[in-house]
Design a protein around this ligand. Structure first.
Ligand code: 3HC
Ligand code: NAI
Length: 707
């Protein structure tokens, strides 16, 4: 092959292999389609068009991937020509066939570019998708019009509204790729391009293909049903609905007009708050993995085998998480009975996935085989990482860590899943505090994405590096936090919940409070959540601390523990998880208010938000002051990935900037004056930022620069 890299443009390579030109996008790490790439592709295509010796073009990506799409860092900056749509037009209208050779990912604009090629071939492990919706956007360079023309409107609307990429094999079944190349991808694509040339049939550009649209145009009912199902639970997000609108245009709007309307919808979303919030979260999740003192020079420890102590709610879910990622786990319990119970729950959970069709039987068996149960601590000697998930009691934790210290191999990481307890005190129970760390998973551990990594005073940097890498392997989003009661998430949750009882006594009903939360975009309100988790858990905890909660205690005394007893803050019909407002609870609340001489009054959603979310943001500010979180965006990631804070609002600190810090301080001051409660006393950092016209975003940029 003649290698001839265009020295005018480093971002796109050009070479020829006989009569085929090979155009290679080379913009690490993900071959994003920034300005240099776009202009480089146009130049390369022009060069191929002008060379009479070139009969066809292969378009591919250097390194491990085809392209991760538009360069997200360019969004919001003045556009530079050629735009992606112009590149795509150029490619689609080239008189010589262009074949996309896809390895790694073709995402967003990357797939839109591939759709403008005359054929696509892929490596077996390639993944293709239009994930724009996850950034609060829709595909804005023809994806909503070309994808339905290739895979049909129903498959297209599913890919675009969920944003979930599909594997090469599925892409082949759908007709999205024309061939899978097992070994040399570019050679395979070159052969494919030559075959197209030799067939002497000019391939029809995707824009002119109407065959896959015909059936849906005749009868759109299946498409409409699919679209409805996909947008049933969008919780106020605009992008999924815009995606459906755009795909529908493929059915009834001429191609060019549909393209310009797609572009208009894209721009509208791009300028809106939700997309800004979702793009903030995209970068925040990646920023969170950059931790002070844990640079590239720190080598992670290898983790081939994991131990988990305690096979209860959390231990079982944690064991599944590792098995799901193909990592063998030894699960240790106190006795046979507890072990069998724990393993039984794991089996039942996997069986449920098989019954639902989301897991194959073979895969289930493979995962189950990776989990070895035991009642002998000695069996943990082979583990590179041991995670403790026993009862939340310091004495028990210390006893377990003392035993682990005697048994674990040198260099093994000893982690605790504690929700609140002091990791430094736990580390004191061992002779190796540098190896001790918190790994706080969220329930259900095999589902929730957040992993709070609690950095103790003496935790070694390579322990943190190991867990950051491991989090990615097991599909978790890590946030490193410092030691304090409840760390970042649960500490802020306590601040969010502190007014719950007062709101009820003063006049709100559980369903009104919950409604304010779901209207805000949370999947569930605090009372429905309490019923789901079990009210007895908090009750026992309060009793042990000598605390009380008027309404919640009364419910528990009446045997109402939530969903598990069919009654809690709500009523549940037999077998149903739907909370029904309960007059009995309303009477209880009214009675307790009367006893206390509280005159109940209507409470607006706005007040509910001020008395729950503002104190939570205030607590976030304290957490930043104390250095428990390194930057505001880490808090946003924790709340979105661990507690269901709506993605369209970007997390509590991002949303706080949007509301205006001065407004928040003013409202906190007002409530502090009315109630005298410490909860509303504005944190000095928050007050200072508000007074200086500052924001958490600006504070985060400073933190980022210093990290
Ligand atoms: N633009 C700019 N930077 C990007 C990017 C993009 N599209 N995709 C990834 N990056 C950056 C990340 O910020 C990160 O930077 P950092 O190292 O400085 O933190 C770096 O590339 C590596 O990213 P990851 O850590 O995520 O790498 P992975 O290998 O784990 O994943 C990936 C790679 C699957 C491509 C993943 O990064 C991803 O999902 N990217 C976003 C894909 C996407 O949403 N594309 C659509 C863009 S919108 C679009 O195309 C609009 C069009 O329709 C007009
Ligand atoms: P659980 O009560 O469901 O399970 C604890 C298990 O540990 C029990 O099966 C018990 O038999 C076992 N155990 C107790 N002592 C042991 C010992 N010495 N050796 C071996 N096994 C022992 O409790 P859960 O909910 O799983 O909580 C475990 C830990 O995870 C606690 O620290 C909790 O605070 C934390 N956590 C809990 C969350 C939740 O939502 N339940 C969420 C995040 C953290």
């Amino acid at each position: 092959m003649e290698q001839e890299v265009d020295d005018r443009n480093d971002a796109v390579g050009y070479s020829t292999d006989g009569d085929v030109a090979v155009v290679t996008i080379a913009n690490p790490p993900v071959n994003a389609l920034g300005y240099a790439v776009r202009s480089g592709i146009v130049a390369a295509l022009e060069r191929a068009a002008a060379d009479p010796a070139v009969k066809a073009v292969v378009l591919t990506g250097a390194g491990r991937t085809f392209s991760g799409g538009a360069d997200i860092t360019e969004f919001g900056k003045p556009p530079r020509e050629p735009g992606l749509s112009a590149v795509i037009r150029h490619c689609e209208s080239l008189a010589k066939p262009v074949v996309a050779a896809i390895r790694g990912v073709a995402l967003g604009g990357g797939l839109e570019l591939a759709l403008a090629c005359h054929a696509r071939v892929a490596a077996p492990d390639a993944r293709l998708g239009l994930p724009e919706v996850k950034l609060g956007l829709l595909p804005g360079a023809g994806g909503t019009q070309r994808l339905p023309r290739v895979v049909g409107p129903e498959a297209a609307v599913e890919m675009i509204v969920t944003g979930t990429p599909i594997a090469a094999a599925k892409a082949a079944t759908l007709g999205l790729v024309d061939g899978i190349v097992e070994d040399d991808l570019v050679a395979g694509a070159t052969a494919h391009a030559r075959a197209l040339v030799e067939s002497r049939q000019t391939p029809v550009p995707v824009r002119d293909r109407e065959d896959r649209l015909a059936a849906t145009r005749r009868d759109p009912s299946a498409f409409e049903a699919k679209a409805k199902q996909l947008t049933q639970r969008t919780r106020g997000l605009e992008a999924p609905l815009a995606c459906v609108r755009a795909v529908r245009m493929a059915l009834d709007t001429p191609f060019d007009e549909a393209l310009s309307r797609e572009r208009a919808l894209f721009t509208e979303l791009l300028d809106g708050f939700q997309s800004k919030a979702q793009r903030h979260l995209f970068f925040a999740e990646r920023e969170a993995t950059k931790v002070a003192g844990v640079g590239r020079e720190v080598t992670p420890r290898p983790v081939a085998r994991v131990g988990v102590v305690g096979a209860g709610t959390m231990g079982g879910g944690i064991a599944m998480t590792f098995a799901n990622a193909g990592i063998p786990v030894t699960l240790v319990e106190m006795n046979r009975e507890a072990l069998e119970r724990g393993l039984g729950v794991i089996r039942k959970n996997y069986d449920l996935s098989v019954a639902r069709g989301s897991l194959g039987e073979q895969e289930r068996d493979r995962r189950l085989a990776l989990i070895t149960g035991s009642t002998r601590y000695e069996d943990l000697a082979v583990a590179d990482l041991v995670i403790e998930a026993v009862f939340e009691e310091m004495a028990v934790k210390k006893e377990v860590f003392g035993r682990l210290d005697r048994i674990a191999r040198p260099g093994a990481i000893l982690a605790s899943n504690t929700s609140y307890l002091d990791i430094d005190a736990i580390a004191d129970a061992t002779g190796r505090p540098a190896d001790v760390v918190g790994t706080h998973f969220f329930s259900p551990a095999n589902v929730m994405k957040l992993l709070e990594i609690v950095r103790g005073r003496r935790t070694a940097p390579d322990v943190l590096a190991t867990l950051l890498g491991l989090a990615k392997r097991i599909g978790k989003v890590p946030v490193v936090v410092g030691v304090c009661h409840g760390f970042v998430g649960n500490r802020m949750l306590a601040a969010r919940s502190a007014e719950n009882e007062a709101l009820l006594l003063e006049g709100a009903l559980p369903q009104e409070v919950d409604r304010a939360f779901t209207d805000f975009g949370f999947p569930m309100g605090p009372f429905a959540m309490g019923d789901l988790a079990g009210l007895d858990v908090g009750w026992r905890n309060r009793k042990s601390l000598g605390r009380t909660a008027v309404i919640a205690d009364a419910l528990c005394e009446a045997g109402r523990f939530g969903q598990k007893t069919g009654e809690g803050f709500y009523r549940y019909e037999a077998g149903s998880r739907r909370p029904e407002p309960d007059p009995w609870v309303e009477a209880l609340i009214a009675g307790k208010a009367r006893e206390r001489g509280i005159e109940r009054r209507p409470i607006a959603a706005e007040e509910i938000v001020e008395r729950t979310l503002y104190p939570m943001i205030n607590e976030g500010a304290r957490i930043l002051e104390e250095g428990i979180a390194a930057r505001p965006s880490d808090i946003d990631v924790a709340w979105v990935d661990g507690y269901g804070f709506p993605v369209g609002k970007g997390g509590p600190m991002f949303w706080a900037d949007h509301v205006g810090l001065a407004t928040i301080v003013e409202r906190l001051d007002d409530w502090h004056g009315k109630t005298g409660r410490e909860l509303f006393a504005a944190a000095p950092l928050l007050r200072r930022l508000a007074a200086d016209g500052g924001s958490f975003a600006a504070l985060g940029r400073k933190a980022g620069a210093g990290a």
